[in-house]
Design a protein around this ligand. Structure first.
Ligand SMILES: Cc1cc2nc3c(=O)[nH]c(=O)nc-3n(C[C@H](O)[C@H](O)[C@H](O)COP(=O)(O)OP(=O)(O)OC[C@H]3O[C@@H](n4cnc5c(N)ncnc54)[C@H](O)[C@@H]3O)c2cc1C
Length: 307
């Protein structure tokens, strides 16, 4: 892992920075490139103007009391109702530590099930984000349990982890929704490929699994969550050579990243969504975005000098 990436990811875990950085206007201005606003209204407005389906996620992780977790659950129930009433093509994606996982697994599962069941009644989906490796086992375990009774749930898996090859096998067998990403956290070399080229190659191997006959026979809803143009081309070619129509592929990208590629993908007939984050607790999430592309730090510095 590069030194700058490593420092930024360490910064994402710093409470001291988390409490101070958001006070500065130039940091907030820089963040607005990746986030249309802190409120759900801003995210819904962005959905309308983008004109494509979106996935909404309220930023926040590791809540410290169960009432907060219940508040987050109520918030997402309300979001599901609002998008249903508004006829918008919007799904939601949540972090289990935001639903109280650190405090009570039982309560967390209860909150998650309330969301999934409500989404199901409204013909909508719930996605489960994947956090750092301290949570991989429990997240997959909960994802498998809730999937057993509900077809409208999917979980994110990270190509940088060695274990994902096995995890994907069991998720495909269950017919679960699967969102494949590279992975955004700081992980040690005994758990994650340290070299980016190995992560990229593993991503492609896992994509092959997700487009395989097995996966299609199980009606797996497979999402490719990446902005990597080389990988996207390879996946497109793989689909073409397997005679899959464009609508058999689903890509998702983050709001504000590689907008031209987003337009190209949407126009090419693939299924496509933009993941929009909102909320006040953006510091660790923003640091992970900086770590993905350390050149983004220059953008923060430019904002410091902009009037
Ligand atoms: C829909 C979606 C959901 C995600 N959910 C999770 C999750 O639950 N858990 C998790 O660990 N990670 C998640 N991620 C983040 C993911 O793990 C990667 O960190 C992130 O997508 C960057 O990797 P990449 O595949 O785009 O490839 P990279 O090789 O990092 O980037 C490819 C190119 O995309 C552009 N790019 C990428 N990131 C940035 C950026 N921050 N700023 C500007 N340009 C950029 C650059 O041009 C870069 O060259 C998610 C990503 C997406 C798109």
């Amino acid at each position: 892992m590069g030194i700058v990436r490593s420092v930024l990811l360490a910064g994402s875990e710093s409470r001291w920075l988390r409490e101070r950085a958001p006070r500065y206007g130039f940091v907030r201005n820089a963040v607005s490139r990746f986030m249309p606003g802190e409120t759900v209204e801003a995210a819904l407005e962005a959905t309308r103007s983008l004109g494509v389906g979106t996935v909404l996620t309220q930023l926040g992780e590791n809540v410290r009391d169960l009432e907060q977790a219940r508040g987050v659950t109520r918030h997402y129930l309300d979001v599901l109702d609002r998008v249903h009433r508004g006829g918008l093509d919007v799904e939601v994606s949540i972090k289990l530590t935001q639903l109280g996982l650190d405090l009570s697994r039982e309560e967390c599962e209860k909150n998650l099930l309330a969301l999934i069941e409500h989404a199901r009644a409204l013909s909508n989906w719930v996605w489960i984000d994947m956090e750092g490796t301290a949570y991989t086992d429990v997240t997959l375990d909960i994802a498998r349990r809730v999937r057993a009774g509900n077809p409208n749930v999917g979980v994110c898996v990270q190509a940088y982890l060695y274990r994902t090859t096995e995890d994907i096998r069991s998720l495909i067998a269950l017919g679960s929704g699967i969102r494949l990403v590279k992975g955004a956290y700081r992980e040690p070399p005994d758990k994650a490929f340290p070299k980016k080229s190995d992560v990229d190659e593993n991503y492609f191997r896992l994509a092959e699994r997700l487009l395989s006959g097995d996966s299609r026979a199980k009606h797996v809803r497979a999402i490719f969550g990446t902005h990597d143009p080389v990988l996207i081309r390879r996946i497109e070619e793989l689909a073409r050579s397997s005679n899959l129509p464009p609508e058999a592929l689903e890509f998702q990208m983050l709001f504000g990243i590689r907008r031209q590629e987003q337009e190209r993908i949407a126009k090419a007939g693939y299924r496509f969504r933009v993941l929009i984050s909102y909320g006040g607790a953006w510091f660790p999430w923003y640091m992970r975005r900086l770590a993905e592309r350390p050149a983004n730090v220059l953008f923060v510095v430019k904002n410091l000098f902009a009037r």
